[in-house]
Design a binder for this molecule. Sequence first.
Ligand SMILES: [Zn+2]
Ligand SMILES: [Zn+2]
Length: 203
Amino acid sequence: MKLFSDYHSHPQGHRVQPYTQALLQPWVDSARERGLRDIAFTDHDRFHAGIEFAEIERLRQTNADLNIRAGIELDNDPQTSAVGRKWIESNWDQLDFVLGSVHYLDHPTQMFDSVPAGAAQVVGQDIDRLYADYFRRLREIAASGLVDCLAHLDLIKIHGHRANSEIRQLIDETLELIQARNLAIELSTAGWRKQVNELYPSD
Ligand SMILES: [Zn+2]
Ligand SMILES: [Zn+2]
């Protein structure tokens, strides 16, 4: 099957850059070139100030051949995600799609998946405990009632660290919750560009 959609993109490039036609149109052009028919913009919730729904609407008018969705990626940033959740609630009617993700473990200001700095959060740790902690946080996001889809489901492996013990029960528990909530999971190729060199999630 040919890939026809991409629901994970960061047009603002990890900083606040207000949505304009000049910022967004290249993403549409690039999607069209690749044969995508259905796309979502999902900047991180901490950059919600840049999201302009009116600009997305204008983009839809001039690119009627594509389905363009207004989205966001809500994560568990201890500093910003409470505000992010509120923003999602107050803009719920205009949002088509919300990704949920876990980027933070115990470090209050650094995403564990930052490369290479985040690896320091994993080195020397009890990997099994980290996996359990990561999936617990993921279940919290899944149960928030605010997300449609879980992003990069097994991101905890990003720096190449594998759980030592059997994690099937941990995964099953998480997938059962996702299924019970009727949520989707992302199939992400981003791991191919990382040291782990594997899709999120692996089989
Ligand atoms: Zn993302
Ligand atoms: Zn992410």
